[in-house]
Design a protein around this ligand. Structure first.
Ligand code: 6A9
Length: 752
């Protein structure tokens, strides 16, 4: 076989699904389960967007005209440049109810969503949207005098015709806006009911009749106004139940149902997170908003990832990628405005929250991810599926590389699910489904694990490093490690294959232990299971860990690699080309050594509970954590020590420091889990761990809540100086929502 032929075979393999039964074919994901999750607010990228979990769905959404400084703007896709002072779900149960608050300059909008399967409904049931528009503030302003324009649209991705309803302006009763036929749900109808007669003013766009698969309805209102929109499936105006169903989902009856859903939601929140005696009441609603934003940010995507071809290869048409197989992804997103799509390692953190709320949703999400494994055991890190997702991504970020990993954080949630069964935390019915799920997942998880174990291994057995760092770059102060999730966190200055990364070693430990406990719990006894037992013992060995990664002096865990501290970025002048370039200079030859940067990576063994409670190393780790010149701030722990040579350093001219100082909530949650663990283990450092735990926990809560109340948003990370101010993506409703678990003091068990 020629080299070229071998490369082509590998490429074809990288876009071939793993040959194993699909997770989503499990009976537990069919029938009622599937139908109950058919409709939802699954278009998190728009302010209000509804679709079904099916590749070619009807899609509905809201737009409006916003007024800023006398200028008019159309609002639709979540965009920070719209400068809404607030938007996000205050309540959302991930299934059939949500309430979102939006403030757009003078306009305050509440959008509520409710779904139910009524008498006579078709597949997936009916849903209602209530739009409650008010003037923000009490004074009678111009905005209140003038007219506000809302637009509600519905479109069919399958391209089926949509028939317009009445042209009449709405009277008191409901008006039929549109109707159509969809393969999965049968006849459908969309109605509008406006409460105050004088406020309704319906204008239909001037479209050629009977020729469109998309319709937009304009409603011009005077504030305050309330508008209800109802979607009926399996409908038909001649159906005697129709009037009754519309009535139930609009007006006073809708108000009653929304109130009772809100009450149920709050009760369930209290029951699951049991926070009442743990936090003050103003924090309670922020916790609910964090959970709701995460659940309301769950989307459904369908499409094909673009997989990069090796250097020098291209398709006949010139494309530098091949498409993955067409696939669906049901996933929570890190941020509705910035990153409204799936990210592999973010998802593991999302699921820590979500499984506690609804284990069925969580398994459905994890199942979708596991079905994206290819024949090599690889899962693409960033999922850009479909045109809507693609529209948000700059070209250079689109391609996925089949040699790139990302932390296998799904194991965090899987470990909880497995040990939850053990601890009889679930109902019998749930426990049974989780077992079936884990049983089927085992093959896929094994292949995922083997992908890491074979492609990311280091020189010595039991060592690992994130492969694919750029060893040739002259532009980066420290070559990035996007694969690790910690992007620009400093690693060895000169990447080579002598490297070993302590964070990856710890992720492998987590994965191994998780595989071991699933195997044990499924009572498996093959040679594969024995391998996991062996590997888990090997990776848990404290001596080996220390030999590979411990710095005796500081008690910090470090990466190992070809490294020098003496690098800098310097401007180079090139007269001929008349350009200046910022290039890296190495002022001292690198050598193999521990990479002396204290930060999140130094604490990974601590996060995983891999340090024996009586070890002196534990004391040192507590020192690093609590030292204000190193990691401790009043707002949470810094990603990188203030004393590091890379602290707050730009990586290139255009790359501001990212994981080089700022406070990130996923890692703080993990460290808090470690503190909580050691606060409950017998040993000389128990009390100290407990004190630090209490302090760190209250710092995090205070700062996240304070920022939320001040700005209306959860943030991507928080400034370690500058009063802990939110930074990066605004409206980051991904792992920052772990604040829910921090409030509830819900952590994984770190016992093996
Ligand atoms: C850039 C720009 C409109 C970076 O939360 C998602 C990821 C994390 O997985 C990762 O650990 N974020 C963290 O370091 C955001 C990544 C966004 C990459 C795409 C496109 C679009 O701007």
């Amino acid at each position: 076989e020629s080299e070229g032929a071998a490369a082509r075979r590998r490429m074809a393999r990288s876009v071939t699904p793993l040959d194993a039964p699909r997770m989503m074919d499990l009976p537990q994901f069919q029938g009622d389960h599937k139908e109950s999750l058919y409709w939802g607010t699954y278009r998190p990228n728009v302010y209000l967007g509804i679709r079904a979990r099916t590749p070619l769905s009807l899609i509905a959404g809201l737009m409006w005209i916003g007024v800023k400084n006398g200028q008019y703007f159309i609002r639709h896709v979540c965009q920070d440049s719209d400068e809404l002072s607030k938007y996000g779900w205050a309540d959302h149960n991930g299934r059939d109810y949500g309430r979102q608050e939006l403030t757009d300059h003078g306009l305050h909008l509440t959008t509520s969503f409710l779904k139910e399967k009524g008498d006579g409904s078709g597949y997936g049931g009916d849903w209602a949207v209530r739009l409650d528009a008010k003037n923000e503030g009490s004074s009678l302003s111009e905005a209140q005098e003038s007219t506000t324009h809302l637009f509600f649209y519905i479109a069919d991705e399958a391209g089926k015709l949509i028939t317009m309803g009445s042209h009449e302006p709405p009277s008191r009763g409901p008006v039929l806006l549109a109707s159509g036929l969809h393969e999965e749900i049968g006849d459908w109808e969309l109605y509008l009911r406006s409460e105050a007669r004088q406020s309704g003013n319906l204008n239909l766009p001037d479209m050629a009749e009977d020729s469109s698969n998309a319709m937009i309805y304009q409603v011009s209102i005077k504030l305050p106004a309330k508008i209800d929109i109802v979607f009926l499936s399996g409908a038909g105006s001649k159906n005697p139940m129709t009037a009754e169903r519309v009535n139930r989902l609009t007006g006073p009856m809708l108000s009653t149902r929304l109130e009772s859903k809100q009450k149920d939601f709050e009760e369930r929140y209290d029951q699951i997170f049991n926070v009442n005696n743990k936090i003050v009441s103003k924090e309670l609603s922020v916790g609910r908003a964090a959970l709701s934003s995460l659940l309301g940010g769950i989307g459904y995507f369908y499409g094909q990832s673009k997989i990069a071809l090796p250097k020098g290869f291209s398709q006949k048409n010139g494309d530098k990628y091949i498409p993955y197989w067409p696939a669906a992804l049901y996933t929570a997103v890190p941020s509705r405005s910035f990153f409204p799509r799936g990210f592999l390692w973010d998802e593991g953190f999302h699921q820590l929250v979500i499984w506690r709320w609804d284990a069925h949703i969580s398994m459905d999400i994890i199942g979708h991810w596991l079905d994206l494994i290819n024949a090599d055991g690889w899962i693409p890190r960033e999922q850009i599926l479909g045109a809507e997702a693609l529209s948000k991504v700059p070209e250079e970020f689109v391609l996925q590389y089949p040699s790139n990993g990302n932390p296998p954080t799904l194991f965090l949630a899987l470990r909880d699910l497995a040990s939850g069964i053990h601890a009889h935390q679930f109902s019998d019915e749930e426990a049974e489904k989780i077992s079936t799920f884990l049983k089927r997942a085992y093959v896929r998880l094994n292949s995922w694990f083997q992908w890491f174990n074979s492609t990311q291994s280091g020189k010595y057995e039991g060592t690992f490093f994130w492969h694919g760092r750029d060893s040739m770059t002259t532009r980066e102060l420290n070559p990035k490690t996007l694969t690790s999730g910690l992007d620009d966190y400093p690693r060895a200055s000169h990447p080579n294959d002598e490297e070993r990364h302590v964070d990856l070693r710890c992720w492998m430990l987590l994965a191994t232990n998780c595989m071991r406990s699933i195997a044990g719990f499924l009572k498996m006894d093959s040679s594969l299971e024995k391998d996991y037992y062996k590997l888990s013992d090997q990776l848990s060995d404290f001596e080996t860990l220390n030999k590979m990664h411990l710095d005796d002096k500081t008690g910090a865990y470090f990466d190992f690699g070809n490294h020098t501290e003496k690098v800098r970025l310097r401007w180079y002048e090139d007269r001929e080309a008349m350009k200046r370039e910022l290039l890296r200079e190495t002022l001292e030859a690198p050598q193999l050594q521990l990479v002396p940067h204290v930060g999140y990576v130094s604490l990974f063994p601590f996060m995983m509970g891999a340090i024996p409670p009586e070890s002196w190393v534990l004391e040192k780790q507590l020192d690093l954590i609590s030292n204000t010149s190193i990691l401790w701030t009043d707002y949470g722990l810094r990603s990188l020590s203030r004393t590091s040579s890379m602290y707050m350093k730009r990586n290139t001219e255009h790359d501001a420091p990212y994981w080089r100082g700022a406070i990130w909530i996923n890692m703080n949650y993990m460290i808090l889990s470690g503190l909580h663990h050691y606060a409950h283990e017998d040993g000389p450092y128990r009390v100290r761990a407990g004190e630090l735990y209490d302090e760190l926990r209250s710092n995090l809560i205070r700062n996240i809540v304070g920022n939320y109340q001040e700005t209306g948003f959860f943030w991507e990370n928080y400034d370690q100086k500058n009063k802990g101010k939110g930074k990066g993506a605004r409206s980051f409703t991904g792992w920052t929502s772990l604040v829910v678990l921090i409030m509830a003091e819900s952590y994984p068990s770190l016992h093996r």
